[in-house]
Design a protein around this ligand. Structure first.
Ligand SMILES: Cc1cc2nc3c(=O)[nH]c(=O)nc-3n(C[C@H](O)[C@H](O)[C@H](O)COP(=O)(O)OP(=O)(O)OC[C@H]3O[C@@H](n4cnc5c(N)ncnc54)[C@H](O)[C@@H]3O)c2cc1C
Length: 321
């Protein structure tokens, strides 16, 4: 039987949904699992991890971990993974996960499967589904000779369960000794209060069909009613209407919400590469032949300026009665 290490992330003192998905999957696998977390959120999230059913909880919460530093995190996590005897490491395919775990895997002479959308276990072997060729096809993959199996899951792909009842001991780790070659002096955070696109459960995305930057207000209004995060196509990012952090696609963010509403987005292959993993796709476009309709679960052919305000009104009535 193998042993799973789940690397978790938290925000505002609470475990992210993507991490609860990983913990649930580890628990369901029937293999023993341990949980780890690093950074300024670690202390706040430790009690939830302790009661999650994990056999052990490891936190890296001394101030040096507050800012993500690839060198420091690689050294600390590699050490924990080696000492813990973990055979599988589960983490989110977040910006941090995708930066950190390939470094650790290289150090531990192991392989990484990133952007996974399904996960199951065949004994102690992880079996995943992941997109290839920019999402045009999916491959079912397992590990062959990797000493440790690193699996990076996209958010919103796995079910979650209430995790409670456990009482694992929490071990605090200090930063490893030694000089770092790099020092993070400052991280400038975006001003948005909304969930990051990669974590969002509902996304309303706008494209060039919105005609000008000011018309994103219409999408913000719809997003506010739905509790959604607003995304965009590259065309409108390049035009300077919205920031690059909002770009969905091959050269932007990869998202996998339960609901993706594309407004005035044509559905170029590079856009689809970032959002075709969404569970339900609603496309609003005035051109019935727009390629986005081939991917859409529901299509609305018409003028976004008529349809979006009506949808906002109707959702307002239905959701906030
Ligand atoms: C290397 C490379 C990387 C790229 N990476 C990305 C990426 O990461 N993300 C990305 O999005 N793109 C990316 N692109 C760009 C991509 O090819 C497209 O150019 C871009 O996605 C088009 O954006 P759009 O759909 O907003 O605009 P358009 O293609 O111009 O589509 C606008 C749509 O709005 C519709 N429309 C117009 N008026 C209305 C109305 N009143 N109501 C409703 N609908 C209306 C039109 O019918 C049309 O379908 C990349 C391109 C390259 C070459």
């Amino acid at each position: 039987m193998g042993k799973i290490l789940v690397f978790t992330e938290a925000a505002n003192g609470k475990l992210k949904r993507s991490s609860i998905e990983l913990l649930t999957a580890a628990k369901k696998s029937g293999q023993p699992f341990i949980a780890a977390i690093a950074g300024s959120q670690a202390a706040g999230a430790a009690p939830a991890l302790s009661s999650s059913g994990a056999a052990e909880v490891h936190t890296f919460e001394d101030g040096k971990f507050d800012q993500y530093n690839p060198e420091l995190y690689t050294a600390a996590l590699s050490d924990l993974i080696t000492k813990s005897g973990a055979t599988v490491v589960l983490a989110s395919a977040s910006a941090l996960g995708k930066d950190l775990f390939p470094r650790i895997a290289a150090r531990l002479k192991s392989a990484v499967l990133s952007d996974c959308t399904e996960l199951s276990f065949n004994g102690d072997k992880a079996v995943v589904k992941r997109p290839v060729y920019s999402g045009k096809a999916f491959a079912k993959v397992t590990f062959d000779q990797s000493p440790i199996q690193f699996v990076l899951m996209r958010a919103n792909q796995l079910p979650t369960e209430e995790l409670s009842g456990g009482s694992a001991a929490v071990t605090k780790h200090a930063a490893p000794a030694g000089d770092l070659k790099t020092l993070i002096k400052d991280v400038v955070k975006g001003t948005s209060e909304k969930l990051d696109l990669t974590e969002a459960n509902i996304i309303v995305s706008g494209g060039r069909g919105l005609k000008e930057a000011a018309n994103f207000k219409m999408l913000n209004d719809l997003a506010d009613v739905l509790g959604a995060t607003v995304g965009a196509s590259r065309a409108v990012v390049d035009a300077g209407w919205v920031s690059h952090g909002m770009q969905v696609g091959q050269t932007g963010k990869t998202v996998a919400p339960s609901l993706y509403i594309a407004v005035g987005v044509s559905g170029a292959i590079q856009h689809l590469a970032g959002m075709s993993g969404s569970k339900v796709i609603v496309a609003i476009n005035s051109d019935p032949n727009a390629p986005i309709f081939q991917k859409a679960t529901y299509g609305i052919v018409g003028d976004a300026f008529e349809i979006v305000p009506k949808l906002t009104e109707e959702f307002k009535k239905a959701l906030h009665k």
